[in-house]
Structure formats: C-alpha cells, structure tokens
Design a protein around this ligand. Sequence first.
Ligand SMILES: NC(=O)c1ccc[n+]([C@@H]2O[C@H](COP(=O)([O-])OP(=O)(O)OC[C@H]3O[C@@H](n4cnc5c(N)ncnc54)[C@H](OP(=O)(O)O)[C@@H]3O)[C@@H](O)[C@H]2O)c1
Length: 348
Amino acid sequence: MAMKYKPLGRTDLTVSQICLGTMTWGEQNTEPDAHEQLDAAIDAGINFIDTAEMYPVPPCAQTYGLTETYIGTWLAKRGNRDKVILATKVTGRSGSFPYLRDGKPCLDRRNIETALNDSLKRLQTDYVDLYQLHWPDRNTNFFGQLGYQHKADEVTVPIAETLQVLGDLVKSGKVRHIGLSNETPWGTMTFLCSAEQQGLPRVASIQNPYNLLNRSFEVGLAEVAHREDTGLLAYSPLGFGMLSGKYLHGARPHGARLTLFDRFTRYTHNIAQWATQAYVELAEKHGLDPAQMALAFVNSRSFLTSTIIGATSMEQLHDNIKSIDIELSADVIEGIENIHRQSPNPAP
Ligand SMILES: NC(=O)c1ccc[n+]([C@@H]2O[C@H](COP(=O)([O-])OP(=O)(O)OC[C@H]3O[C@@H](n4cnc5c(N)ncnc54)[C@H](OP(=O)(O)O)[C@@H]3O)[C@@H](O)[C@H]2O)c1
C-alpha cells in the first residue's frame, strides 16, 4: 500500500490523502484503542489527524475533551509532535452545550482564545497545524439542512471579527493555518475576501460531509475548492457506517454507532436505505467491498484534499486505509452516477 499526499490549500504543508478521524475515542473507543489506531495510522503513512474540542461524539459534559486528551498522551509518549499535522476545531454557536463556556459558545474572541488554550493543554502541544471553526456562527445550511431560511434579525459574530482573532492566533504561533467546517460557498468566499482585504490568514480547507449519500459539496463548493485552493476534507465518508451495508433491512449490529445512538437518523431514512442498497449491490457486482468502494469514490474526487476516515476496530481501520489503493473502473463510476441520478443526495 502506498499512501498518497496532497498540499493543504496554499500552505507549505502536505497531508496524507487519508486523514485519521477521532470522534469515537472516549466514547466507543478507549485510550489504548486510540493509541493503537494512531500507531497503525502512522505506520501506514498517515500524517494527518482530525479532532475537535467537542469530541467524543455524541458529546456530553462527562466526556468533553477526552479525545484531545488521548491524542495528547499519545504525542507525549511517542515524542513525535513534529511528524503529525494536527487539526482541531472550536465549537460553533450553539445552545446545546450547557457545560461549555457559560452554555453559550460562539466564534468571538473570548470563546476562540479559551477553546484554543484548553485544546493545547489537552493535546500537550504549543501549536495546532490547522485550527477549524466547527460550524458557522450564523444560521445557514449545515448538519442536514438544504433549504436556506433567512433570519434578518439574527445576531452573529461578524466573519471579519472572527478572522481577526484567528489572525492574532496565527501571529502568536499557536495556530499555523485556519480552516472552515460545515460551511457554504457564501461563507467560504466571505472569509477569503475578508482575508485579502484585511491582510489576514487565508482559509486552507473546508471540512464538510461528503459521501455517496451526500454529494451536495459538488453543487457550489467544489468550484470554490478548485479556484481558491480550499480543498475538501471529507467527513463521514461512509455515512456513519451506513454505506458498508451493515444496517440494511433493519439490521442493528451489536455495538455499532447507529445501534448505540438511535438519535442519529441522518443516514437511515427510507430513501437513503434504497440508495445504500443500490450502492452495495453495485459493489458486490464488481467484486468490491461496499465500504471500500464508497471510500475509493471519495478518494477519487478532484476537489478532495483528504478523506477523514473513522473506525472503531483495527480491522475497520486497516480496510479503510487500504481504500487508497483502489482505483474504481469506468464501469463502477458509471454505475455510481446512475444511482446518484436516481437518488441525488438522499442524506444531506
Ligand atoms: N466537522 C464535522 O462536523 C464532523 C462531523 C462528523 C465527523 N467529522 C470527522 O470525520 C471523522 C469521520 O467521520 P465518521 O466517523 O462519521 O465517518 P464514517 O466513515 O461515515 O463512519 C465511521 C464509522 O463507521 C463504522 N465503520 C467504519 N469502517 C467500517 C467498515 N469498513 N465496515 C463497517 N463499518 C465501518 C464505524 O462505526 P461502528 O463500528 O460504530 O459501526 C466507524 O466509526 C470523525 O472522526 C471526525 O474527525 C467531522
């Protein structure tokens, strides 16, 4: 297996095309599991790790910050901070985190500075390579919403202000580069224009959902990714595991995410089931593992910088990393496009 690498936006960093996701660590996975995954990922040529102050998921007061803590103990044990490109995130505006900064996290100076300083402590490092805004401060389309609803009287932290804070953090050396997550074309372009006007740091990447059940990134953001070098860091490339086919026909395998946490319904409704069944049958017809086909499709996109994989077992981790070696034939791609035309973005 040969890992592939891509530039991270217009920065001087080169990241592996497979990024190690971490959001199960501290919930479905223990600290030793996390360290075993990290060691195996590094052995496979992965140099890119994605986390967030909020993790693990589902988030709660008792586990808040555990994922970063596990990464921190691993970095301290291995003494290899300079070998990894570490991405984390500050929680966006929300009322769902009563335990976080007076229950009112948002993207203003106090919140971002506090969040970063706490993340650095947990991660046992003095800088992060990519600091991402987990979701926008304003009301817009993300986490499954497609139909934009305008709220004229909404109070938000202006993008120029958030960017100023991030610029100061880059100047201080605590942050090397900045990125967005769950963003829209308007948001991304506003960050880029504001950076140019104010001489502030340029966004290097957009971390959004992207998988066979949700290709909405292609509508507006793929063009931005190409023209502005803000490549996609694709999250949930298996639609929470759905695209492996293991939840078909109502199956709920023991210990799996959608069995444990039935509040996650983004990928399991009827239309998503129909499309998943079609993708699984296509993979089987071509002798491919459905999960590996789904990942290989994401890996093959021209606007992609890195696919953020998630795994709860070492077997899943190895299988998912191996997707880097799979090149999908023209027949498979045509089959995928046929299904996509019949059921475009059933789980946005
Ligand atoms: N920015 C954001 O808002 C955001 C949101 C979500 C995720 N992320 C990032 O993206 C990463 C990946 O997201 P994700 O975990 O949702 O990715 P995913 O690939 O859609 O789902 C991963 C889950 O699917 C199951 N799985 C993985 N490989 C499998 C295989 N080969 N066969 C069968 N089941 C398999 C595992 O769960 P079970 O074993 O429990 O089934 C695993 O935890 C996260 O860790 C996080 O870093 C970011």
